[in-house]
Design a binder for this molecule. Structure first.
Ligand code: IMP
Ligand code: MG
Length: 194
């Protein structure tokens, strides 16, 4: 009896997805391509003994960055910024303090800022300015998904996984009200679920 209830719950968790836009296999393939490209680019420009510094903003990017990281055949260091944790301070001062660990890691280093999705570009623009203040020796951006139609701030993005139409997507780390991050594919939510 219990087993039955459990399996129904498991199947129900994705019932609000009306369309799969990008499959798990397609995602894996694209991440491997991005990883190979980034590896080639930085193998040439990374000084001997130095790591590529990957920086991501929690939480959406965690799934992508975990996959991308393992496709990089380079010395890398991984750092996360918890934007949500800073948002109360940010509202008052307009700035967030990078933790000392991240600040020191960035200074004079080659930084790759990794995003799950760029939409209006406000988050990216803001983070780029904050990270630039720490004087990295280079700064590039990699996003798995890019929605250009709503773009307000145009920051150059060197590595893009997929261009997406202007629709709200979930899965592969992306949420709707904190749900659906665990879907291994990119899906469209049924209107009813909003
Ligand atoms: P923007 O580029 O400043 O508009 O913000 C991008 C952020 O908005 C991302 O990091 C996501 O957290 C969120 N976001 C934008 N579009 C989507 C989407 O389609 N699904 C889930 N989150 C999204
Ligand atoms: Mg994000």
């Amino acid at each position: 009896m219990e087993t039955q209830v459990f399996s129904r719950r498991v199947n129900d968790f994705e019932k609000d997805i009306c369309e799969v836009l990008i499959t798990e296999g397609e995602i894996a393939q694209r991440v491997a391509e991005l990883g190979a490209k980034i590896t080639t680019d930085y193998a040439e420009r990374l000084p001997e003994g130095e790591s590529l510094i990957l920086v991501g903003v929690l939480k959406g990017v965690t799934v992508f960055i975990a996959d991308l990281l393992r496709q990089l055949k380079l010395p890398v260091e991984l750092y996360f910024i918890d934007f949500a944790r800073h948002s109360a301070d940010t509202r008052e001062t307009g700035i967030i303090e990078l933790s000392a660990t991240i600040g020191d890691a960035i200074e004079g280093k080659q930084v790759l800022f990794v995003e799950d999705i760029v939409d209006a570009g406000l988050t990216l623009s803001y983070m780029s300015r904050i990270l630039a203040l720490r004087n990295p020796s280079s700064f590039e951006v990699c996003t798995m998904f890019n929605k250009k139609e709503n773009r307000v701030m145009d920051i150059p993005i060197k590595y893009v996984g997929y261009e997406l139409p202007n629709r709200y997507v979930v899965g592969y780390g992306l949420d709707y009200k904190e749900r659906f991050r665990n879907l291994p594919y990119i899906g469209i939510l049924d209107k009813e679920a909003f």
